[in-house]
Design a protein around this ligand. Structure first.
Ligand SMILES: Cc1cc2nc3c(=O)[nH]c(=O)nc-3n(C[C@H](O)[C@H](O)[C@H](O)COP(=O)(O)OP(=O)(O)OC[C@H]3O[C@@H](n4cnc5c(N)ncnc54)[C@H](O)[C@@H]3O)c2cc1C
Length: 450
């Protein structure tokens, strides 16, 4: 059957449908290297919830796999397509429908870029807080579908803490509203939270109501260097009592990569901690005093915006500095913060075992670490070792009481590992939930679930 013709008949002549494989290819993968993907059969640049509904109803009737897509900034192959897929891109559904100052909420279409919402909120003295590093191009719908985190989440929580309600197109094309615009809502089972982080496997989010916050004050930014990661990680755990709005850690391998590119004066540091306080800024000196009791080599604090940029520079350069050394595989695991140092030590041992550079940086305040494996471009043997190391890092995190992904999601690259964390009964429950939402299994098949 000619699905292009069928969908055109269902959606009308004005529907933005693409079937040219050279163009569909660019809508058929995210940023994850090595995740399988093929140019999708068709791409719909959706313009409304109703259009998504009609397209999904058509796909349901004809058993066509449907892949929802935000900006494609994902790092787990979650938005990757197969050659029979219909990709539904939400990028054109990018209106901020309303910012309600009184109730401190925003109603947005799923394709709104995270930073655009925050900028619009700022005009009213408010903020949309979840701050993935990709916030200048990832979408609010994609952020909700992956339950994205970021630096300020140590204090303010990840995306799920900020989403109040969703409009969702279900697997058969029905449109449902989940959740409530109110800050508190415990009336029924929380299907909103079930949908958040479901990576396009339970429904397609087309509209969201999110909570906004009073814009935080200019923070105090603190930088401290330590002789080794153990003392830095121990200091990070002790620093949580200051309620940091950012608490990041960088290991020596990453610091060396930064120094080799942009010397910033971290030659002798074994680790760096970066912290922000967006309240009690005057406690920055207390923070540095506490760091001294954890062998701090050197430290500085400032409330000047220019200094903050300078201090945070080393964190911003962390990933690009490693990328300069070769092809990279960016992992994402979370461990209890008491286990960060052990994770780093065990990853360092892996680096020797596999003869690969592995730099580690991440969110010390919540134990969400990003071990980044570097291998030579085009060296297929090194690439194989990198993929093996990637998996072993996940297993190390799990053995430390952690989890396979802290924020990037499971997508198509980590399902095998997800099962390690679940008992057979819970796996069954997960499959039963998927079946209840999507009995034909058309929504992002082969992703997320073990
Ligand atoms: C440089 C860089 C930095 C990053 N930093 C962070 C970070 O700090 N924190 C973090 O959490 N992530 C980070 N990421 C990963 C990525 O940006 C996030 O996962 C982001 O939330 C994905 O949003 P997106 O709009 O690009 O979604 P996509 O990549 O398009 O899709 C992601 C998943 O969500 C599904 N999906 C997308 N939109 C919808 C929808 N409307 N309804 C249902 N399902 C949908 C897709 O099918 C897919 O499974 C980073 C990525 C890059 C490249």
């Amino acid at each position: 059957m000619d699905h292009l013709g069928g969908l055109r008949a269902a959606l009308g002549e004005n529907a933005s449908l693409i079937s040219d494989p050279e163009i569909t290819a660019s809508y058929s993968k995210d940023q994850a290297p090595f995740a399988p993907h093929e140019p999708a059969a068709l791409v719909l640049l959706a313009k409304s919830t109703e259009e998504v509904s009609k397209a999904v109803a058509y796909a349901h009737a004809h058993n066509i796999p449907v892949v929802a897509r935000g900006a494609g900034s994902g790092l787990s192959g979650g938005a990757n397509a197969t050659s029979t897929s219909l990709v539904i891109s939400l990028e054109k559904m990018n209106s901020i429908i309303e910012i309600d100052e009184t109730n401190m909420i925003a109603r947005v279409e799923a394709g709104v870029i995270n930073l655009d919402l925050d900028k619009a909120a700022e005009l009213k003295g408010l903020a949309y807080l979840p701050d993935p590093a990709s916030r200048d191009w990832s979408t609010i719908g994609g952020n909700a579908a992956t339950n994205a985190g970021g630096m300020c989440c140590v204090k303010y929580g990840v995306t799920s803490a900020h989403v109040r309600a969703l409009t969702v197109v279900m697997a058969d094309g029905q449109i449902v509203n989940l959740g409530s615009a109110t800050k508190k809502a415990v009336t029924t089972l929380d299907l909103t939270r079930l949908m958040i982080g479901s990576e396009g496997t339970l429904g397609i989010i087309t509209e969201l109501i999110v909570g906004l916050a009073v814009r935080p004050d200019t923070p105090a930014t603190i930088i401290a260097t330590f002789p080794h990661i153990k003392s830095a990680a121990a200091a990070a755990a002790a620093l949580l009592k200051f309620k940091p709005s950012m608490l990041e850690i960088i290991d020596q391998t990453t610091l060396k990569a930064v120094e080799a590119w942009h010397p910033l004066g971290f030659e002798i540091a074994g680790s760096v901690l970066l912290m922000q306080l967006d309240e009690d800024q005057d406690r920055a000196d207390e923070v540095l005093t506490l760091c001294q009791s954890f062998e701090m080599i050197d430290g500085a604090a400032s409330t000047e915006a220019a200094d903050a940029v300078e201090f945070i520079r080393v964190r911003k350069l962390a990933y690009p500095a490693l990328e300069r050394l070769g092809a990279t595989l960016l992992d994402d695991v979370a461990v209890p913060i008491s286990k960060i140092a052990e994770l780093v030590e065990r990853v360092e041992a892996l680096s020797t075992k596999y003869d690969l550079t592995i730099g580690i940086f991440g969110h010390a305040g919540d134990g969400n670490m990003h071990p980044t494996i570097v291998h030579d471009h085009g060296d297929l043997k090194a690439q194989e070792r990198a993929i093996a190391a990637f998996g072993e890092i996940v297993e190390i995190a799990q053995s430390l009481g952690g989890t396979a992904s802290g924020e990037h999601g499971i997508g198509s690259i980590k399902q095998g590992f997800a099962a390690n964390e679940l008992s057979p009964a819970v796996i069954e429950l997960q499959r039963a939930i998927k079946k209840a939402f999507d009995p034909k299994g058309i929504l992002n098949p082969g992703k997320k679930l073990p």
